[in-house]
Design a binder for this molecule. Sequence first.
Ligand code: AMP
Length: 197
Amino acid sequence: MSKSPAFSVCVYCGSRPGAEPAYAAVAQQVGRWIAEHGGQLVYGGGHNGLMGLMADACLQAGGRVIGVIPKALVDKEWAHTGCTELHVVDTMHERKRIMAEHADAFLALPGGIGTFEEFFEVWTWRQLGYHGKPVGLLNLNGYYDSLLVFLNSAVKQGFMNEWQMDLIRTSTDAATLLETLVTEAGLASENPKLDQI
Ligand code: AMP
């Protein structure tokens, strides 16, 4: 029987490659880092864009990859059939719940509307106490600078507070951020079951 992974990171990222080669490079770096540190990648199970590049890099470095994808996207031929485990589910809600249940930590890389939605959802769940898992945002090339400016303005305008901002970890460096998340995940207390949400 194969050894169980040391940790499991759920990564959200673009289903497109982005305009700069640096985005592809960082997605591959994240996939490799997880494999080389004995971890497991959990992601949306697609083969397009950064998602596919990250999964391929993890698999090529000998890592385990769990993909979770709704049937509707499999029908569009967007699934990555090389995943160690590919869970085909009925709905987007089920997908996100299963991804979250398999994760010790969450990380958002550069991406589009799907990535934003997934990042905000796990951050919201965290601030409500539905889970205690670390949540990270990789601010590569300043991609999320303007989002962070906006979030800080939401704090100033009284719709958010510093405590909520302190729940997310941000860095411009993928390895630093992954180390922080994995370390914090090791210190995190028991998480309530996400099916209580
Ligand atoms: P986006 O950031 O809009 O490209 O969306 C990427 C995120 O949404 C991923 O983390 C996936 O979970 C989900 N997603 C969007 N498009 C796809 C796709 N073509 N195949 C699989 N998952 C996708």
